[in-house]
Design a protein around this ligand. Structure first.
Ligand code: GDP
Length: 513
């Protein structure tokens, strides 16, 4: 493990990739080039003559100014054979492109970067990338190659343009599908976690320096330095502890609120799921493999990603091995749920069906009960249902009535559902969640962060209890606890890292990012 990733890198290859999505026919495609030879490569592309060394006087666009330029390529550009490619000095126009230069270190990667905003057609993109491939074979041996997955961002990290939490924020932003995922990712990419963890780490390191002074000067130094440190470390420990007690809000926003639909057979679970899935924001998928699969629907519920799973598979025990797998999966979906949607046939509220799922359901998970099949029910049955709900301790008038067949009550149900989802994340019944936005609090978004923060808390506690309070530890061993706490926080931001961790973080990226 290195205490710094600011290693001196050997001269880097210049890399290139299509950085915009690889869709068939986009209006614009962005090809990004990064590395010490970015300008040399650009000079070749802007030069109409196929010469080994383009006119060094050829005017490059001003830094960070968009410039409309013709890009040229060797006529035999489909060939990567060096000899063939350099026959004659004629070139053809590949495209008219907007060209931008970002000289390092003021660029995304910290290196010289060139962006080519070309027309988005497949032929244009491949003509330009083929030309870049051809330049690899150039007699001047420009060290140019296609970028690997996440390599632009990895360079940004290695050149100190981003810390690991910002890298993760960027990965999340690229894959964000809902408003809240976007907001969360944007804040993280903006450095809110980096600032928080760096400041905690700096405070611990300051305390360590004080302790080390005591060690160095032995008993000559009075205990004042240690005494002054105690409240500081206690406050810090309290802050870190509050940070982890967040109901996994950030992780849930990031990965989606897991909602399990439960209820008696034929209550209408699949019908409700289908009704919700018909909404434009839904994607239906099934966990592959069995006939009794758990069906998952991904919904955008008022800006929050929701993964709704139908646990229709939870029925009586079965001899059928395949069905048994389905049952296990359904039980797992229920165990993983952040919220339970309990569907009840309004005509069958006699208790047994109402209690059917309560055995499997844990107290910590919220439940939304919805009465279905109102189109078939009598007034009397609805009264019985409402009374049963009150027996179960629910507020009068809070019942939700729907008919999956006619669609009656679906809007009211949807808005109640939205409120519950947002409450789950922000304990806020107004359903706006704006306090989350306004809050300067940075939230944990990954298990990776949580593990390190918890380890840091453990070390701080050991130092406070075993050394400051009980005096059970010798000073030098106690200091190790502080060092460990600082190191744990440093691992979140990547100040301290191993290659393995980097590989895991960067595997979320695709080529061009
Ligand atoms: P599940 O076993 O809980 O998933 O229940 P299904 O969604 O498969 O529904 C069972 C039966 O009830 C099906 O025949 C549905 O068409 C029917 N059904 C579901 N919801 C309603 C409703 O609101 N009104 C009526 N009349 N029938 C419904």
């Amino acid at each position: 493990m290195s205490d710094s990733h600011r290693r001196t890198l050997p001269e880097q290859d210049t890399i290139f990739a299509l950085s915009s999505g690889a869709s068939q026919k986009a209006g614009v495609a962005v090809i990004r080039i990064s590395g010490p030879h970015a300008d040399v490569v650009l000079r070749h592309l802007l030069s109409a003559q196929d010469v080994s060394d383009p006119d060094p006087e050829l005017a490059l666009p001003k830094a960070r100014m968009a410039s409309l330029r013709k890009l040229f390529g060797g006529i035999s550009s489909t060939s990567v054979d060096a000899g063939a490619a350099l026959v004659g000095n004629m070139k053809e126009i590949l495209d008219q492109a907007l060209v931008l230069r970002f000289p390092g270190p003021r660029s995304f990667t910290g290196e010289d970067v060139v962006e080519l905003h070309v027309h988005g057609g497949l032929a244009v993109v491949s003509a330009v990338t083929n030309e870049l491939m051809r330049l690899r074979m150039h007699p001047l041996a420009i060290p140019l190659r296609p970028a690997e997955k996440g390599e632009f961002t990895r360079r940004a990290f290695e050149n100190d343009r981003m810390d690991l939490t910002e890298v993760e924020g960027l990965a999340d932003l690229i894959s964000a599908e809902t408003t809240e995922q976007r907001r969360l990712a944007l804040r993280q990419m903006g450095g809110n976690l980096r600032v928080l963890y760096d400041s905690w780490r700096a405070q611990i390191i300051k305390c360590m320096a004080n302790v080390e002074a005591v060690i160095d000067f032995g008993d000559d130094v009075d205990d004042d330095a240690l005494d002054a440190m105690a409240p500081l470390l206690r406050d810090l420990e309290a802050e870190l502890s509050a940070h982890v007690q967040d109901n996994r809000r950030g992780e849930i926003v990031r990965s989606g609120v897991r909602v399990a639909i439960v209820g008696a057979p034929n209550a209408g679970k699949s019908s409700l799921l289908n009704a919700l899935a018909k909404r434009p924001a839904a994607i239906v998928s099934s966990v592959a493999g069995t006939t009794r699969d758990v069906i998952e629907v991904h919904l955008d519920v008022a800006g929050v990603a929701v993964i709704l799973s139908d646990t229709a598979g939870i029925r009586e025990e079965t001899e059928d091995a395949i069905e048994q797998i389905g049952i296990e999966r359904a039980k797992q979906a229920l165990a993983d749920a952040d919220l339970v949607l309990h569907v009840v046939d309004v005509r069958q509220t006699d208790g047994a069906s109402m209690r059917a799922f309560s055995d499997t359901q844990s107290d910590s998970v919220g439940v939304v009960t919805v009465f279905n099949k109102t189109d078939l029910s009598s007034e009397e049955e609805r009264q019985v249902a409402a009374a049963t709900m009150q027996q179960l301790g629910r507020a009068k008038g809070s019942e939700l009535w729907i008919s999956c067949t006619t669609g009656a009550g679906m809007d009211a149900f949807q808005s109640a559902f939205e409120t519950r989802v947002r409450e789950l994340l922000w304990n806020n019944s107004s359903g706006t969640g704006h306090e989350c936005d306004a809050s300067p609090t940075a939230v944990i978004t990954r298990a990776r962060h949580r593990v390190h923060v918890e380890n840091a808390i453990h070390s701080l506690r050991t130092f406070i209890h075993e050394f400051l309070e009980q005096n059970n530890l010798p000073l030098d061993i106690a200091t190790e606890e502080l060092r460990h706490a600082a190191s744990e926080l440093g691992q979140i931001t990547g100040t301290i890292h191993t290659e393995d961790v980097l590989d895991i973080v960067f595997q979320d990226f695709c080529i061009g990012k």
